[in-house]
Design a protein. Structure first.
Length: 299
């Protein structure tokens, strides 16, 4: 397991941003960090997954102080973040999507919270939409039954009790909470915890890698927190691709990642008998997502 690099000054925070054809969002994200930097010593690493929108050249011309890793192909979210993590030499790593905007004092708030809670392996801030509404970014670990019910009912009956329980929709989000997992759209991780659990699982190309790393942290007795006093805005799906084909690909990757999570963690238990049902349910969700993309509702 990689350790802090000997002979190099350890920074307090390394900020890892993965980009893929999201230049307009990425510029906003970088500017928000540079306008609201932490007081602690920090470094920004942008990992570009072979964007075709000029991201690499733009970063080199306009942000010379930012470390850039330019991949020659799209290696996925987890693998790209791991490149930044392995290159970093810091006490904490912040994973943040290129379509996020950081607000004043949020980064210092996250660092200070981690300092005050040494048992915390990872912490997520309050994440809001562009209209100011709160994203349900901290959740429970999904049981197979709850996951199936949420998958079936989530789109047609969003307020169903299974989805609400999974999303912790009814909890008070005004104070710090111990939770099962937090969204990887913005998550600060203790480097020591990463060295204990292992880095992000690169078999997740996109989605669910945040659930997986928090699951492994809890197995290693690290706590995961939701910290609402730090706030970040997230343009939902701004970095996931657009258009019908992009939405279909995103849905496929989501269902594939969900299946892998259950297979990885439950295949050695009696829960394996439910895998055929999970495959059927995820297949149906993929089918309905494709239909919805091809024939969107007209307003």
């Amino acid at each position: 397991m990689p350790d802090f690099k000997k002979g190099k000054k350890i920074k307090d925070l390394v900020i890892s941003i993965v980009s893929y054809n999201s230049l307009s969002f990425l510029k906003e994200c970088l500017d928000s960090i540079l306008e609201n930097p932490p007081e602690k010593d920090y470094q920004i690493i942008v990992v570009d997954n072979a964007s075709s929108d000029g991201t690499v050249g733009f970063i080199r011309r306009n942000y010379p102080g930012i470390t850039l890793i330019a991949n020659n192909k799209n290696i996925g979210f987890a693998a790209a973040n791991n490149k930044a993590i392995k290159k970093s030499n810091s006490k904490y790593v912040l994973l943040i999507n290129s379509d996020c905007i950081v607000y004043k004092n949020s980064l210092d708030g996250l660092i200070n919270f981690m300092e005050e809670n040494p048992e915390a392996g990872a912490t997520g801030p309050k994440i809001v939409n562009s209209d100011g509404t709160i994203q349900l970014s901290c959740r429970r670990f999904p049981s197979m039954f709850n996951a199936a019910a949420h998958t079936i009912l989530g789109d047609i009956f969003p307020r169903n009790p299974f989805s609400r329980k999974y999303k912790l929709a009814d909890i008070c989000r005004n104070k710090p909470l111990k939770v099962d997992w937090v969204s990887g759209s913005c998550m600060i991780i203790r480097k020591e915890a990463l060295e204990d659990t292992g880095f992000l699982d690169e078999r997740y190309f996109m989605y669910v890698e945040d659930l997986d790393i928090c699951y492994r942290m809890r197995q290693k007795k690290w706590e995961v927190y939701y910290y609402p006093d730090a706030e970040v805005m997230h343009h939902t799906a701004g970095s996931a691709g657009s258009g019908r084909l992009g939405k279909i690909k995103s849905s496929f990757r989501m269902q594939k990642s969900v299946f892998y999570f259950f297979w990885k963690n439950y295949r050695r238990s009696l829960k394996i008998i439910f895998m055929p049902a999970i495959i059927l349910i995820l297949g149906l969700r993929m089918f309905f997502a494709t239909i919805k993309s091809l024939f969107p509702d007209k307003k």
